[in-house]
Design a protein around this ligand. Structure first.
Ligand code: GDP
Length: 318
């Protein structure tokens, strides 16, 4: 079995490659739920849904999240009622959130509900939320001043930062609320114990992988597996830039630099091999000198073939 630590869009592209790589093994995605939130009473799990929609070939190809062929009548109703629905939810997407919310209210765990969704959407992948407990990523952000009143520093819910403010504000700190009381699910710890290979997908290391690593016991477990040579991490930074999203700006703000070496530092203890893009081949020696084995290959997943090649490389990397 191969386990993949996963966020949303970057991880979904990688998992599509891995499930098409001709491996005769179970693939288990262990997915961040720090972005989950309850909105209009609905339990929304953005990273779980991005992965499931992508693997079910239902994802909107333009955004990389949400469903294709969506309609937005519910949103229009809210606007007619004077509401400001800044977090866009399509009508078909809402149906899935209703199902999840109802099943959770009936007492099912998030792991159970996710397995049901995966089954109904014919997804050939085991998808595990990192925990059944609540964890909420919070972003301390610097909002630009209004009418020259000086910058405002406020702690935002993840979706406020990411969607309402279009991830524009400078990030001063990220914390994972409830992380000390949340437990990884038993399915997650079992998968990490038994996987022949664990791959940290090219996801955002602070916003997507960070919450998984911060769960009780997970870093220790990964360190143990890394010492056996089992853990491979892939850089989401190519030539000093994120492929998409605010990662470079966040790394710059929190760690004062934003190349692939910065990501390697974050994974230093929990990975045995780090993969950078060929555009960053000149960084391989300095990452190795820091004590982490490092290889380079094409990591930009421009199409399914590129994702398959990256997945095969990661599975075989030593
Ligand atoms: P999110 O939760 O939807 O933002 O998704 P993730 O955390 O899984 O992925 C976001 C990260 O994926 C960004 O930092 C991107 O740089 C990275 N990413 C997206 N596509 C690619 C790709 O094709 N190759 C690599 N190496 N990284 C990618």
């Amino acid at each position: 079995m191969i386990a993949v630590l996963a966020g949303g869009v970057g991880a979904a592209k990688f998992l599509r490659g891995l499930t098409n790589a001709g491996l005769q093994e179970e693939i288990v995605a262990i997915v961040n739920t720090g972005d989950d939130w309850v909105h209009y009473g609905l339990h929304i799990s953005p990273d779980l849904d991005t992965i499931v929609y992508t693997l079910a070939n239902l994802v909107n190809p333009e955004t990389g999240w949400g469903l294709q062929d969506e309609s937005f009548h519910a949103r229009a109703s809210l606007q007619r009622l004077g509401d400001d629905p800044w977090f866009t939810l399509g009508d078909r997407d809402i149906g899935l959130h209703m199902f999840r919310t109802q099943r959770l209210a009936e007492g099912a765990s998030l792991t159970q509900v996710t397995a049901e969704i995966v089954q109904h959407l014919n997804v050939d992948l085991t998808v595990l939320p990192m925990t059944n407990d609540e964890v909420a990523t919070k972003v301390l952000a610097q909002l630009p001043s209004k009418e020259n009143q000086g910058d405002q520093i406020v702690e935002l819910d993840f979706q406020e930062y990411f969607v309402r403010y279009h991830h524009q504000p400078r990030v001063l700190r990220v914390r994972y609320d409830h992380i000390n009381t949340a437990k990884p699910s038993s399915d997650v710890t079992r998968a990490l114990d038994t996987a022949r290979r664990i791959i940290i997908a090219p996801s955002n290391p602070i916003l997507s992988i960070g919450p998984i690593l911060a769960l009780r016991g997970i870093s220790d477990q990964l360190q143990r597996r890394a010492s056996e040579g089992a853990v491979v991490a892939i850089s989401p930074i190519i030539a000093g830039e994120a492929v998409k999203g605010p990662l470079a700006e966040i790394l710059d703000s929190l760690m004062t630099q934003h190349d692939a070496r910065t990501v390697a530092q974050l994974y230093q203890e929990v990975a045995s091999v780090f993969i950078v893009d060929t555009a960053d081949a000149h960084l391989v020696e300095s990452i190795r000198a820091g004590g982490l084995a490092c290889l380079s290959t094409q990591t930009l997943m421009t199409d399914l073939d590129a994702a398959v090649n990256l997945a095969q490389f990661a599975v075989g990397a030593r």
